[in-house]
Design a protein around this ligand. Structure first.
Ligand SMILES: Nc1ncnc2c1ncn2[C@@H]1O[C@H](COP(=O)(O)OP(=O)(O)OP(=O)(O)O)[C@@H](O)[C@H]1O
Ligand SMILES: [Mg+2]
Length: 485
């Protein structure tokens, strides 16, 4: 449940808030003055404060100033009547999350409250790295026991002391946002604000003013000065999500902030300094975007200094049982029910699946399976057809040479690093195996058998030239008993 504190001396406003936010997910408390509001904060512990600027006694700006001394992260939405927007702008400079004009438009108010509560949760729910999920702390862990995830955890730990810009890449649903928050929570800036901006969700022409603000009259519709996120988040951390979708002019401004810590508001000439740490993420291959001139090369190198590459879930299948158990507990707790268990056959199937949507897809599959399953144990058939089908297909695939099946579907693709890992484990045990030449030799024989000695085809299958294949045949003394007939 989210806790909302309203500070306003008008009984009418208090009344309408009670009606608007009458929901089991929100607990609302009201205070009629700045003094009362500040006194309420330590025991009510709100997730969000909404406050009028003009009040009897201590006004809104002064209250905000004092509130910031107690808590520099608590999001505050200021309310103001038309004609007093200058004060609202002052409030933004003091670190208010946003402001609303009175009388307010209810859907807009709800939208802003929703976004501010999300920002509040991002800041308050500490994300921890967990190789053995903590029974208590179920809401916000990055779960992973595999070596590849331990590597990610170590990197997050090493980054804690630094203020470096970080680039997080990886397929959709691999946990990039979670990692960004973990870096923030472990950093020296963890007592300062964290703001996440999804660059893909904001129309291109508005993103620049969202990030850097605009001067009054900068463009049609810019009726007032607006303070952007970089100015608002001074001393804090900004998470630029989906940075691969950012337009080139905005990229130029980001590069400048990263290099010099300064920027101008849209339509403004005054240079503004902002001390902000940037964490960026994208699921687009930025190297390709650079090659296609969609992404500035200099910005790419500036961001790429510290890079965290989130591995796809199929490269950490060993974490699937742990993640499945974690999500079972998480959803059970949300519904306040005892967690269901999952059959070992179903777990084996989940480990086989390719997970194009990665951890998010697994999370959704578990959530759905909990609803679909009849008893206390989740079974294979409680999962969607694409997951069940892929695992049934893969049993057949293993016993055949995939060449005959035409192009491989995604679900059947080989996990080469995993395979190499197994082979390497053998090689370590018996070096006399001479693993690399042994594998090359075996693969050449396979390809020749498969193509009945057709060297051109065999070379193609192996991804080498015919000349290279010939050299291998010679080197390994493979006799040509597979000659084409
Ligand atoms: N290692 C993990 N342990 C627990 N939960 C995880 C893990 N990785 C991801 N999740 C969960 O999976 C979902 C997707 O993660 P997240 O939003 O961080 O992915 P993303 O990489 O940012 O995806 P996108 O590119 O689509 O934005 C979230 O609900 C997140 O909490
Ligand atoms: Mg994301």
């Amino acid at each position: 449940m989210d806790k909302l504190l309203l500070i306003d001396d008008e009984a009418d406003v208090q009344y309408s808030f009670r009606r608007i936010f009458d929901s089991p997910e929100i607990e609302l408390s009201t205070a009629a003055s700045g003094e009362e509001g500040l006194a309420r904060i330590p025991h009510f512990k709100p997730d969000l404060v909404i406050m009028d600027i003009r009040m009897g006694g201590m006004n809104g700006l002064e209250t905000l100033r004092r509130l910031r001394l107690i808590d520099s992260k608590l999001p505050v939405i200021m309310m103001t009547a038309y004609g007093t927007t200058q004060t609202a702008i002052e409030a933004m400079k003091l670190g208010a999350y946003d402001y609303m004009l009175k009388p307010f438009d209810v859907p807009k108010l709800k939208e802003i409250v929703h976004a501010a509560l999300k920002a509040s949760r991002d800041m308050r729910q500490v994300v921890t790295c967990q190789s053995a999920p903590d029974a208590e702390d179920i809401a916000s862990g990055i779960i992973g026991r595999t070596e590849i995830m331990q590597g990610v955890f170590k990197l997050i730990g090493r980054l804690a002391a630094s203020d470096a810009t970080v680039l997080i890449t990886g397929e959709s649903g691999t946990g990039k946002e979670l990692v960004a928050r973990a870096i923030y929570h472990h950093s020296q800036r963890s007592d300062q604000p964290y703001l996440a901006i999804n660059c893909a969700a904001i129309p291109e022409n508005l993103l620049e003013s969202e990030l850097f603000g605009h001067e009054k009259g900068a463009f049609t519709g810019a009726a007032n000065l607006r303070i952007g996120k970089f100015e608002q988040c001074h001393r804090g951390t900004i998470f630029l999500d989906e940075i691969g979708d950012m337009s080139l002019p905005t990229q130029t401004k980001i590069l400048r902030v990263l290099q010099s810590g300064s920027f101008e508001r849209v339509g403004g000439g005054q240079s503004i300094q902002a001390d902000v740490r940037v964490i960026a993420a994208t699921n687009k291959p930025l190297e390709k975007a650079v090659a296609d001139r969609q992404f500035r090369e200099d910005l790419f190198y500036r961001l790429n200094v510290v890079r965290i590459e989130m591995p796809p879930l199929r490269q950490r299948a060993g974490d699937v049982p742990l993640l499945a158990a974690y999500f079972l507990r998480k959803f059970a707790r949300q519904k306040q029910r005892p967690p269901k268990s999952i059959s070992s056959k179903a777990v084996a199937m989940l480990q086989e699946y390719r997970w194009p949507g990665n951890v998010r897809e697994l999370e959704n599959a578990i959530q759905r399976a909990i609803v679909v399953s009849q008893g206390d144990v989740i079974l294979v058939e409680d999962f969607p057809a694409e997951i069940v089908g892929a695992s049934q297909g893969s049993a057949a695939v293993k016993s055949q040479i995939p060449v005959k099946q035409g192009p491989m579907t995604k679900a059947q693709e080989l996990d080469i690093p995993a395979l190499a890992g197994q082979l390497f484990a053998w090689a370590k045990k018996s070096p006399s195996l001479k693993v690399l030449p042994a594998i090359e030799r075996a693969l050449v024989i396979h390809a020749l058998k498969e193509t009945r000695g057709n060297q051109l085809q065999a070379a193609k299958l192996l991804g080498i030239t015919r000349a290279t294949l010939r050299k291998r045949i010679e080197k390994f003394g493979i006799r040509q008993e597979f000659n084409a007939q």
